[in-house]
Design a protein around this ligand. Structure first.
Ligand SMILES: Nc1ncnc2c1ncn2[C@@H]1O[C@H](COP(=O)(O)OP(=O)(O)OP(=O)(O)O)[C@@H](O)[C@H]1O
Ligand SMILES: [Mg+2]
Length: 427
């Protein structure tokens, strides 16, 4: 009898323990869920980051896919858009972000609306940050070409990218492409951004590996270990300290109605938020033109299996402490991106169509490129004039240059559509 009671007691004790454990584990899961929701970002549970692997693998796909050229647009009456940008001169923008003002919710009355028609307002343009000015880029390129590389180490992503230290102690990310397409994509996207006046890409130079040259001799052994081929052309981009990740802002997420020039939607944003959105509108234009899928577009694609991907940091996009967005790793642009357009175009279009607010200055450049139909010539001239190694690396094929011009035209048509749509709405 005593033995039976003891067994019963032991059983009762075990049941109690199991119940406590069960309740505790449920509470733990509930708490984790709450934390995720309230942070609304960063790391979300155990869901694997499939996207990065997928896109890295895609970059390695040899490009024999049929090109999607899109339609060359019919001539449109440009006057409307041109009128809105006509008064815009090309001027230097200076970093002038009022951090105290930025922290305040809403736009101060005296500054007025954040938008004028489909454009960000002039007062916002006056505060718009110039991340890497032309002068800065030119000076950096001169210095980078003139200094020896004294150290190569990890610190710029995957192993084929290396953090280089120059003899003056400044740093750069060296990107060694698995094929020339990647280095071309990185380099030509940088110059396309320059042509559009987009300053968010760190300055870039090309260099040719030659362990007997003064530039590389100090890192000869390291280069041997990395198995980089002699004479390969690599890109070097300025390394920037203290960068942090960036989450896609709400108006650009799939559940939103997009970024529209509506005062009542934008009027509640802080100046800092508006300045960031402005940079996003340039980013979307650049990624559309270059067909770079390795940023916002890849997130859209990943939504199929990862519903919370937008709550995580965007690939290849970083932010400086003062709020400038830095567009890194553009190697999918222009060359590889055009090769795989068949697969990505619907996502590129979805992202572009979600934006109807633009920077006047960027649109002015798009209008010029559309009118003159000379994007290839201007890009080639800028690249040749700025980069001594351009003959070694080569340029876009005629076919890809045609794709670029057709994307300029499609972008132009979209801007026109936004103008008509929001003009009709009395915006
Ligand atoms: N110019 C730069 N300045 C500072 N840090 C940089 C720069 N470029 C890259 N990095 C750092 O290296 C990381 C990876 O960069 P990048 O995307 O160029 O390489 P990757 O090999 O494609 O990596 P991933 O596959 O993670 O995208 C960035 O998140 C950043 O931390
Ligand atoms: Mg990357």
């Amino acid at each position: 009898m005593r033995a039976v009671s003891a067994n019963l007691l032991a059983l009762l004790f075990l049941c109690t323990c199991a119940s406590v454990l069960y309740v505790w584990s449920r509470l733990e899961r509930y708490n984790t869920g709450l934390q995720i929701t309230s942070r609304g970002s960063a790391h979300i549970g155990p869901s694997p980051d499939l996207s990065a692997k997928t896109f890295r693998a895609l970059l390695a796909v040899p490009g024999a896919q049929r090109l999607h050229l899109g339609g060359i647009l019919d001539a449109h009456n440009l006057t409307g858009v041109a009128d809105q940008t006509g008064s815009l001169g090309i001027r230097d923008y200076h970093m002038n972000v009022d951090n105290k003002g930025s922290a305040r919710r809403g736009v101060p009355d005296k500054l007025g609306s954040p938008v004028e028609g489909i454009f960000w307002s002039e007062w916002l343009e006056d505060k718009f940050p110039v991340s890497f000015s032309e002068e800065h880029a030119r000076a950096w390129r001169g210095r980078a070409r003139g200094h020896r590389i004294v150290r190569l180490e990890p610190g710029c992503g995957r192993i084929s990218n290396q953090l280089a230290t120059f003899s003056d102690r400044s740093k750069a990310c060296v990107r060694y492409g698995i094929n020339a397409d990647q280095v071309q994509g990185e380099t030509l996207t940088y110059y396309l951004a320059s042509l559009l006046g987009i300053t968010n890409l760190p300055p870039l130079i090309l260099a040719q590996l030659n362990v007997d040259s003064e530039q590389w001799a100090s890192v000869r052994r390291r280069i041997g270990g990395l198995q980089w081929s002699e004479r390969a052309v690599v890109s070097l981009t300025q390394w920037v300290a203290n960068l942090t990740g960036v989450i896609t802002p709400a108006p650009l997420r799939q559940e939103s109605k997009g970024l529209r020039p509506l005062r009542w939607e934008l009027g509640n944003k802080t100046t800092a938020e508006l300045l960031e959105l402005m940079q996003w509108t340039d980013l979307i234009i650049l990624d559309y033109l270059s067909a770079n899928f390795d940023r916002l577009v890849s997130n859209l694609f990943s939504l199929q299996w990862d519903s919370r991907v937008m709550e995580r940091e965007t690939n290849n996009l970083l932010r400086t402490p003062r709020g400038d967005l830095v567009f890194i790793d553009n190697e999918a642009g222009l060359v590889h991106g055009y090769r795989v357009l068949d697969m990505w175009e619907k996502y590129h279009s979805t992202v572009l169509d979600s934006v109807c607010v633009f920077r006047k200055r960027t649109v002015q450049r798009v209008i010029e490129l559309h009118r003159r139909r000379d994007t290839r010539t201007r890009l080639l001239e800028l690249y040749r004039d700025s980069e001594p190694l351009s003959p070694e690396l080569g340029f876009l094929s005629d076919e890809h240059a045609g794709v670029l011009q057709s994307r300029i035209n499609r972008l132009y048509k979209h801007i026109l559509h936004c103008k008509v749509k929001y003009h009709q709405l009395g915006v």
